[in-house]
Design a protein around this ligand. Sequence first.
Ligand code: GUN
Ligand code: ZN
Length: 431
Amino acid sequence: MTGDLLLGQTLGFTGDPFAAPWEEVAVHRRRGGVLVDRGRIRAVGEADALRAAHPQARVHDYGQALISPGFVDAHMHYPQTPIVASWGKRLIDWLNGYTFPQEARLANPAVAGEAAEMTLDLAVAHGTTTLASFCTIHLHSADIFFEAAAARGMRVVAGRTCMDRNAPGDLRDDPRSAHDESHTLITKWHGRGRATYAITPRFSPTSSPEQLEALGALWAANPTCLMQTHLSEQTDEVAWVRELFPDARDYLDTYERYGLLGERGVYGHAIHLEPREIDRLAEVGAAVVHCPTSNAFIGSGLFDMGLARRLAVGLATDTGGGSSFSMLRTMAAAYEIAQLRGAALHPAELMWLATEGSARALHLGGVVGRLAEGAEADLVVLDLASTPAIAQRAARAESFWDMLFPTIMMGDDRAVLSVWIGGREVEEERP
Ligand code: GUN
Ligand code: ZN
């Protein structure tokens, strides 16, 4: 076979390290290879064996660097890239003070285009090859994001954000326009190329019961779509939801009663959950997404990673609520938050969450996020000695994991040596 043969250290998984001991499912090769052809991974194995079996392949030898599936960011907001790292507020004030004014600017398609291109540039520079993004209430905000991703051949999930109350007038739709414009976008984008459509009510406080019901009906009519939203991020928000929906059993019930709880539901944050909510999420097979830099930055709380033993859990930047575009930094924050709860996540668990865990949460398991024959060839090559601080620590490493962990904790876009999307190496274009 011709194609491209990437050589270096490789890390893949044969299963979920939260369901089995990581030692049993992590596959590390000190001198491994990944054969890529026509957009897919065709073989993964020992470097020498792959070279011998595929003498025609173009060889890209990355030496000691680590070849991993590209990172999958399971929850973010591309319109908020320009307001990342805005100071001093908690969730509701942050939304009103920074986020809504910024999202209103995307009424201008040129502003949306700039935010989409900047976000995708930043994602790729940080080794992220798939993103699940919220857009704004403007139909064109979703069109523009899907178009920008398609031009780069990127697999993305996105949806027009729906809000018909508790938001400024220029950011409010109504149940019918939310339904109809989302439907138009589903028809145009869902399953086209590498796009997945996610029906996207922002969160219960900004949707009337009528809007939630209309979107529940839309999901029932388009069951292969994902549904993404927010759930139980801050205690003030949970209390507000209780006031707005006095008949609901809990926050999750504000979705469930309108048809917005299901296996393809992806619920961001999910920090302050009641036992019933966890049971219901597990029963239906829904996914939650941990957004650790955001949860620390906005002061939301400490996600319980123990949920990963019962639920599909993705990992995400949640920019611009999150404070970093880097999934390495995001893994570091997940590690720190688990430590604050008295548990240490193993580097294998962190890498799995940032790749296959997130892919599974988005129902893309086996499609991206996996280093295995047949998966789409979205890859990141990481320099495990990218800065003097990391290099001096990695030089003392006593095992592969000990060599990788400093890059997880201290690495950033300087660790990203190369990114492959759809089987092609992305030309260097730092934003
Ligand atoms: N809850 C509702 N909207 C948002 C948002 O844009 N960011 C975060 N972090 N939480 C939200
Ligand atoms: Zn969010």
